[in-house]
Write a protein that binds this ligand. Structure first.
Ligand code: 4AD
Ligand code: MG
Length: 433
């Protein structure tokens, strides 16, 4: 039978075998300690020379030096309750064997520069902190799926090779599709509009690509996005859905991943109040708030990172900004018939300056207006012929949004940069390892 560190509480007093890697070692003369990790947890393996249960031979005790950092090992011993700490266990080692002795490990337990760590990302992932982040990410992904699956949504994933731009042509990744040009998907949205007409409530969840030629702490070149789309929802239904969704994801993650968030030293009291309703601020109102603190801001423009922080600093909950000028939003956004020049868009800005985590809104459902928008955005109508059909055959009001996974992980974990939120980040200027 295989045993894992996470299961030790059920085996106190038992002799068993664990396999894993050496995280750390220390010695205090008569006792030697090997900190073992197996991916499910960490446990102190205690080497003490003797012939009682939970003690080891002189040969094993004296061979301790071979267990270099990150060597893979097999440890056999008795599971014991830690003498001082409740729910902490240790192993009284009887036998220890190398599986492979690691050569000098490049990442020590001291500080390293970011470039060095990024270059060694494949090894850096073994640290306690990185493992904690990946577990939180997993919980976020699971909670996202559970939220939609539990509410009658159907997962209808979108293609990655696409014939056209969804979010503007400046960040498109062009590639070859046999004899034709194709682009890596910037968003699955347009396809979700089609599947929403088939299934009512749908979502896609996958990688998306943007050739963002700048280094910021919020942008990745390849990032994951979840995109729900709901037939007959309007802008206001859309904000309500986004609000319930974000509350669910945050509350479930802080409940189920409290231990990992502690490793990350996240102040969870800042996340506890993330419960609906979230404030809703019209673009015009938001622009005036920003203008007061940032005189360089031009009303009518999109917000920069610092502008978003000005808005979010006014609230202890995430805040929706809605009705952005149509001119700064994508071609598919519906213009509000009652507010000339304003789109029925909504972005959700996270707390504590983490910026936009959601972008979405109500879609243009009128064929003629959409044709005009496509021209105005200098897009090719022929690439969108199929998309126009959705406005020809039972056009329907509909709305949806996209939540960026990495920005959400950064926010919930309290990380200053998105580069640590995904196992192998693709950044401007880095596609290795
Ligand atoms: O605001 P965006 O561009 O919206 C869309 O793509 C819509 N088509 C979504 C929809 O309505 N179905 O992107 C949505 C979210 C952003 O709010 C942000 O969280 C994330 O995706 N995002 C990025 N995350 C990391 N790196 C980047 N380069 C990102 N670009 C967008
Ligand atoms: Mg956006």
């Amino acid at each position: 039978m295989r045993y894992f560190i996470s299961d030790l509480k059920d085996h106190v007093g038992q002799k068993l075998e664990l396999k894993g890697w050496v995280y750390n070692t220390r010695s205090s003369g008569k006792v030697k300690f090997l900190e073992l990790r197996d991916g499910t947890g960490m446990v102190s393996c205690i080497f003490y020379k003797g012939d009682k249960p939970g003690e080891c031979s002189a040969e094993i005790f004296d061979g301790f030096e071979q267990f270099t950092q990150e060597s893979s090992v097999k440890i056999t011993g008795i599971v014991r309750q830690h003498p001082k700490h409740q729910n902490v266990f240790e192993i009284g080692v009887e036998a220890a064997e190398l599986i492979q002795r690691a050569i000098e490990y490049p990442i020590s337990h001291k500080e390293h520069g970011t470039d060095f760590l990024m270059e060694n990302r494949h090894l850096w992932l073994r640290s306690k902190r990185q493992a904690a982040i990946l577990r939180v990410r997993h919980e976020i992904v699971r909670s996202i799926r559970d939220f939609f699956d539990g509410r009658g949504f159907t997962l209808t994933d979108a293609p990655i090779f696409t014939p056209s731009a969804c979010e503007g042509t400046t960040t498109l990744f062009e590639t070859q599709y046999f004899d034709e040009k194709a682009y890596l998907s910037q968003s699955g949205q347009l396809y979700m509009e089609a599947t929403a007409a088939a299934l009512g409530k749908v979502y896609c969840f996958g990688p998306t690509f943007r050739a963002e030629k700048s280094k910021t702490r919020r942008h990745l070149i390849e990032f994951w996005m979840v995109e729900p789309e709901v037939a007959f929802n309007d802008l206001y239904d859309n904000m309500e859905l986004a609000e319930q969704f974000v509350e669910y994801v945050v509350q479930r993650t802080i409940k189920n991943r409290a231990e990992e968030l502690k490793v990350l030293e996240r102040d969870v009291s800042k996340l506890e109040p993330i419960k609906g309703p979230f404030p809703r601020v019209h673009y015009d109102e938001a622009a005036l708030i920003i203008k007061k603190e940032n005189p360089n801001f031009i009303i009518g423009d999109d917000f920069g990172g610092t502008d978003e922080t000005i808005i979010s600093s006014k609230f202890e909950k995430p805040v929706f900004v809605h009705h952005y000028p149509a001119a700064i939003k994508a071609f598919y956004m519906k213009e509000d018939p009652e507010q000339a020049g304003k789109s029925m868009s909504c972005d959700l800005l996270a707390t504590e300056g983490y910026g936009e985590i959601i972008g979405g809104g109500q879609r243009e459902d009128n064929l003629e207006i959409l044709q005009r928008k496509i021209k105005e955005h200098e897009l090719q109508e022929k690439d969108f012929a199929w998309f126009m059909d959705l406005r020809r055959y039972g056009s329907f009001p509909h709305a949806g949004f996209g939540l960026g996974i990495e920005r959400t992980v950064a926010w919930i974990c309290g990380l200053p940069h998105v580069r640590e939120t995904i196992p192998f980040p693709r950044l401007y200027g880095r596609s290795y390892p």
